[in-house]
Design a protein around this ligand. Structure first.
Ligand code: ADP
Length: 282
């Protein structure tokens, strides 16, 4: 498969060795230049995937990168709320204009297109997958170093569409100790391997609670298993994150960009190193 096939709508299903027609590139795509597209995935909901995606975006922004977040969790979108971004995306002759967070992170979510944020999205799988595809083809992302895609949990229609039709450079797996106790993470990893983007690494969220009165770590879900699981699957381990009530509080208040984030900054740094290593070794 040639590199240009990545942006073709038939990528992944096409059986032709050499394609005579160039893939169609939309006006919005022509007006955009996205450095690296990173999909953030979890085997199960509730592990903090959207929170981690958002904080990775914030940390990358702190490091001076231009960052966007594509909220592909169409039926459970939480990215605009976490960033406190409200209103509707703009539209011009070229495409859709995402909204910007206070720190300048570009955000695209179906919740920025509907009447009220609590309106349910009642769509079947293929329609949802089509929408996600259009968040790539019809959105004017402009100049970005990193576009993070917040995938819905699991291995359903949307991850399939994203891996087949978007030029995903690599994947980050988010998990938590309870989830690592079963096999769903391995399912997600196996799915990624089927579509072949490299896995930049695994992040274990909610690994422990820091005692507020002493230096003890309280491992309420038992010993963190992220490092072991990463090793078992031969993928990099990007780090662990504590359960921190302040993170939940600021997310609920739409102020995630105010979260003091040394742990996230370190993880984001390791992520950029993995991205570089993958470029060098490919
Ligand atoms: P997912 O995207 O995996 O469904 P979310 O990111 O929506 O998960 O997180 C689920 C809930 O857990 C949210 O209320 C969020 O604020 C909270 N949460 C996530 N990570 C943490 C953390 N490290 N510390 C405290 N609360 C967290």
């Amino acid at each position: 498969m040639s590199e240009s096939c990545n942006s073709c709508s038939a990528a992944g299903t096409c059986t032709t060795d050499s394609c005579s027609s160039e893939p169609q590139v939309s006006e919005a795509q022509k007006a955009s230049h996205v450095g690296k597209v990173i999909a953030v995935m979890s085997g199960k909901g509730g592990v903090g995937k959207s929170s981690v995606t958002s904080m990775l975006a914030v940390s990358l922004r702190h490091q001076g990168y231009k960052v966007g977040v594509l909220d592909a969790d169409i039926t459970g979108p939480s990215i605009p709320k976490i960033f406190g971004v409200t209103g509707r995306v703009g539209v011009n002759n070229t495409g859709i204009l995402p909204l910007k967070s206070r720190a300048g992170i570009q955000i695209m979510s179906l919740n920025l297109m509907i009447e009220a944020e609590d309106d349910p999205v009642i769509l079947r799988g293929p329609m949802i997958a089509q929408l996600v595809k259009r968040f790539w083809t019809d959105v004017i992302w402009g100049e970005l170093d990193y576009l993070l895609i917040d995938l819905p949990p699991g291995t359903g229609d949307v991850p399939i569409t994203v891996f087949q039709t978007l030029p995903v450079d690599g994947v980050v797996i988010v998990t938590s100790p309870q989830v690592l106790a079963n096999m769903v993470v391995r399912k997600a990893i196996k799915m990624v391997r089927k579509y072949q983007p490299p896995i930049y690494g695994l992040i274990e969220n909610m690994a422990y609670v820091q005692c507020p009165d002493c230096t003890n770590r309280i491992e309420i879900f038992g010993k963190p298993k992220g490092q072991e699981e990463a090793k078992r699957n031969a993928i990099p381990y990007l780090g662990e994150l504590a359960i921190d009530p302040l993170l939940a509080e600021l997310s609920d208040a739409g102020k995630i960009e105010d979260y003091p984030a040394p742990a996230f900054d370190q993880i984001a740094k390791r992520l950029t190193e993995q991205v570089m290593l993958t470029v060098i070794s490919s």
